[in-house]
Design a protein. Structure first.
Length: 534
């Protein structure tokens, strides 16, 4: 394995993934949205041992080198070191005496998230990870896992929670904890450098540049007057997909030979097609980006965000669209180590940054229920990164269902619009699983908005009947082709005479109806070439 370049003072370079987060936070120094993490909610039939949990959380933090990283500004750019200071135990907050312990616990989590975001956004020379144990009752205890995205991602959160559970279980049962399998952070840095210096990086870069050249039409994103700076307030909409509905989705996916996640992503692509009126649909998709042993074993920030591009048509059923999505995702995974934040620069096209912003789906399919010595710990995400205009989050629920959510910038929209967005997505999901095509499903609660968006304004002036229109064309240029039906052609003069007299050439009159009605001898409607366009 390539050895990471460590300076004499212990400084390590940032990985490509970390550098993307570093630059993003520097561009938005006031943004609190680069804090990420979860609450692990533990409950069971027996009391939860708070002291054992405190020690399990502390020891796990000590084992994970990325949680002890410190970042430094140097003349050569940002660098990082691993702190070897003793790791203190997490703070314990007891809200069991409150009138509503659950509400008090939620408020405490919100306050810690805000405090940690404020402290961590400076990044340099400070701890970037925080933990608090919250006791709601003897049988219900939570603890937080919150950290800056420089040191932390969703895969890491699941790794840490499982390791904490293993340590807690060993302590409660008086057994020795299983050996820690976490990798060395320096090996992760070395693996990243080896990839960037190798041939595979160049191949992956070429793939992504070709995939998005020319740049697709991404259309407007959000309100340009309110897009600058991080939002001070967000609006959230949540909706549950019941366990029965999720089971139907999984059964449908099994029949079609795709995963349920691919089918759900296809539903989201269909929603964007309907909402935006585009066939060429592009949205951001987070990828785990852990392809080697060092990445799979090491807690760290590694997640990558890349654009998925898929064609969606009104006549598509969920099966064929899911297979199209699955094929595109296989290609993405083959080239997932190329950093998405590099793509706008490598494309060199104005507006390329929109490939990764505004639209995306974050499907967290980790096993979020974890055994704590017989009690069940469930991970609940409470900080998931910057809000996006149409960014959908998908989380599993305890009962086997799914929780769908939008969190958007409150500037330029209102709660009713966000709720309507989610109700439309739910309606589309149900209709697609029922077997209806993409274009034949009413988006519940969104009909008025869709009609307003999709109905163009009337043309100016007073409408005229067909004979009058043909007379005007004939007067302007009687010899010019006006109607086409297969191999037959009508000039403007012939069309005018036919419309006014019912002449059968080249089309037969439709029975004895009015003179302006005729039957075309070919399948399909005629094509009208108005003088202004030909």
């Amino acid at each position: 394995m390539t050895t990471a370049r460590v300076s004499s003072d212990g400084l390590l370079p940032l990985t490509s993934a970390q550098l993307g987060i570093w630059n993003a936070q520097r561009l938005e120094p006031d943004s609190p949205y680069y804090l990420v993490g979860d609450v692990v909610e533990i409950s069971g039939a027996q009391p939860v041992d708070v002291d054992a949990l405190v020690e399990a959380v502390r020891a796990t933090t000590e084992e994970a080198e990325s949680l002890r990283l410190r970042f430094h500004d140097t003349p050569d750019g940002p660098r990082q070191t691993i702190s070897h200071e003793p790791v203190p135990p997490p703070r314990v907050a007891d809200v069991s005496g409150e009138a509503d312990p659950a509400a008090a616990a939620h408020a405490l989590v919100d306050a810690e998230r805000a405090r940690a975001a404020e402290e961590c956004r400076g990044m340099v020379d400070r701890p970037l990870y925080t933990r608090t144990v919250i006791r709601l009752s003897e049988r219900e205890v939570w603890y937080t896992q919150l950290g800056h995205h420089l040191v932390f991602d969703g895969y890491t959160a699941a790794m840490l929670a499982r390791r904490t559970a293993a340590r807690y279980t060993a302590l409660v049962r008086g057994a020795e904890a299983p050996p820690c399998t976490f990798g060395r952070f320096a090996d992760l840095v070395a693996a990243d450098r080896a990839y960037r210096d190798g041939d595979r990086f160049a191949e992956d870069r070429a793939y992504w540049v070709e995939r998005f050249t020319p740049l697709p039409d991404l259309g407007p994103l959000g309100d340009p007057d309110t897009a600058a700076g991080p939002p001070e307030r967000t609006l959230t909409a949540r909706a549950a997909v019941t366990s029965d509905e999720a089971a139907r989705l999984r059964a449908f996916a099994d029949r079609e030979g795709v995963s349920w996640g691919e089918a759900l992503i296809a539903c989201y692509a269909a929603y964007l097609h309907r909402a935006l009126g585009r066939t060429d649909v592009v949205f951001a998709l987070p990828l785990m980006c852990r392809t080697g042993s060092a990445e799979l074993r090491t807690p760290a920030m590694a997640v990558n965000v890349l654009p998925l591009r898929v064609a969606v048509h009104p006549g598509d059923g969920l099966g064929e669209l899911s297979r199209r999505v699955a094929s595109a995702m296989r290609e993405m995974r083959d080239h997932q180590r190329y950093r998405g934040e590099d793509l706008p620069r490598d494309l060199g096209a104005p507006g390329a940054g929109a490939l990764l912003h505004g639209r995306g789906i974050n499907l967290k399919a980790f096993d979020l229920a974890i055994d704590f010595a017989g009690a069940t710990g469930v991970m609940r995400n409470v900080a998931g990164g910057p809000p996006e205009d149409m960014g959908l989050s998908v989380l599993p629920t305890r009962d086997g269902g799914l929780l769908l959510g939008f969190e958007v910038d409150a500037r330029g929209t209102d709660q009713a619009a966000v709720d309507a967005r989610l109700s439309g997505l739910r309606a589309l999901l149900a209709g697609l699983v029922d077997g209806r095509p993409v274009g034949r499903i009413a988006l519940a609660g969104d009909t008025d908005r869709l009609l307003a968006d999709w109905s163009p304004p009337a043309l100016p002036g007073t409408p005229v009947d067909v004979p009058t229109a043909f007379d005007a064309m004939a007067a302007a240029d009687p010899g010019r082709t006006a109607l086409v039906c297969g191999a037959d052609r009508l000039s403007a003069g012939e069309a005018s005479r036919t419309a006014c007299t019912g002449s059968p050439a080249p089309c037969a009159p439709a029975g004895s109806g009015p003179a302006t009605s005729w039957r075309w001898p070919c399948r399909g409607p005629p094509t009208w070439w108005p003088p202004s366009s030909r």
